[in-house]
Write a protein that binds this ligand. Structure first.
Ligand SMILES: O=P(O)(O)OC[C@H]1O[C@](O)(CO)[C@@H](O)[C@@H]1O
Length: 293
């Protein structure tokens, strides 16, 4: 709930004199020292923004008034901070940070994902060279970002990600894919999203038309609703669940990241989780006034 103090505090920050970039470097020559944060391999530079000591002090006061520190603690404790759904928001647990039970559960599910990846690499599902990832919104954008960003020599499988229900999107995605050597990853937290289920059925048809022996045997489900995936026809051994408390837009860190973990390798996926965990720790442990350092 927004406190009545919020508009007042924001208005007082907005009313502060707007400094121009050239002059704030003259009046505040130590800006680089104060407004650059190096965290692992990432360098954040806020020195070339309108932020001044007064504006920052205003935001810190505002954060205090809004009970920011207590809210942050509640997030990492696994309390129900997602008010609209009445549940926790536990994506940090996927990275090893947060409520101990949730962290242990996420670790166990990651081990399950790793086991399936090892089995695929060992040929348990036949000769696999291509991954067709089907999902929409948060169930597609995270893996797409990672695969696009890290695509290169180290990528062991061709990955195509399809969200659009226009049939040509699927046709284009599988251009050059051998249907017999393709794995279909159906990514849906609810396993009911109509675009995803339609594309999944079309992908199965594509395999059937190409004469693939057991198309359902090439399907992996990435979902928080394993029962729905089973009803749809996915064998339990190829279902990679994740917790309900992981929101769609943050699900990359869960089994939704499967195509990235398979294509880039488990070590790369683990490094991604570790990098995110370092930022979680920074966010959780930095005193508010030092957040930017
Ligand atoms: O993962 P699902 O359940 O298929 O939902 C897909 C997307 O649709 C939304 O529910 C709404 O856009 C997103 O939160 C989610 O990422």
């Amino acid at each position: 709930m927004t406190s009545p103090a919020l508009p007042r505090s924001l208005a007082s920050i907005a009313a502060l004199p707007q400094a121009d970039l050239k002059s704030i470097f003259v009046t505040d020559p130590d800006r680089l020292g104060k407004l650059v944060l190096t965290q692992g391999p990432i360098r954040f530079d806020w020195s070339k923004t309108h932020l001044t000591d007064d504006v920052l002090a205003g935001f810190l006061k505002l954060a205090d008034e809004q009970g920011f520190a207590a809210q942050r603690d509640a997030l990492f404790a696994g309390e129900a901070v997602n008010n609209s759904e009445g549940r926790a928001a536990e994506h940090p647990a996927e990275r090893g940070e947060g409520n101990a039970d949730s962290v242990a559960h996420a670790k166990m599910l990651h081990q399950r994902m790793r086991g399936l990846i090892d089995a695929i690499e060992a040929g348990a599902l036949g000769d696999i060279r291509h991954i067709l990832h089907i999902g929409i919104g948060g169930s597609a954008l995270g893996p797409k970002l990672i695969v696009d960003a890290l695509d290169g020599d180290g990528v062991r499988y061709d990955v195509a990600i399809v969200s659009n229900v226009d049939g040509t999107a699927l046709e284009r995605a599988v251009e050059g894919f051998d249907p017999n050597a393709t794995l279909i990853a159906i990514a849906s937290k609810t396993f009911t999203t109509s675009e995803t289920m339609l594309n999944a059925a079309s992908a199965i048809n594509w395999m059937v038309e190409a004469g693939v022996d057991d198309p359902y045997g090439k399907v992996i489900a990435l979902t928080a609703a394993p029962d729905k995936a089973m009803e749809w026809g996915v064998d339990e051994t190829r279902i990679l669940p994740f917790a309900e408390s992981v929101g769609g837009r943050y699900s990359l860190w869960s089994s939704i990241g499967f195509p990235a973990a398979l294509a880039l390798g488990w070590d790369a996926f683990e490094s991604l989780l570790e990098g995110a965990a370092a930022m979680d720790r920074h966010f959780r442990l930095s005193p508010q006034a030092k957040m930017r350092r």
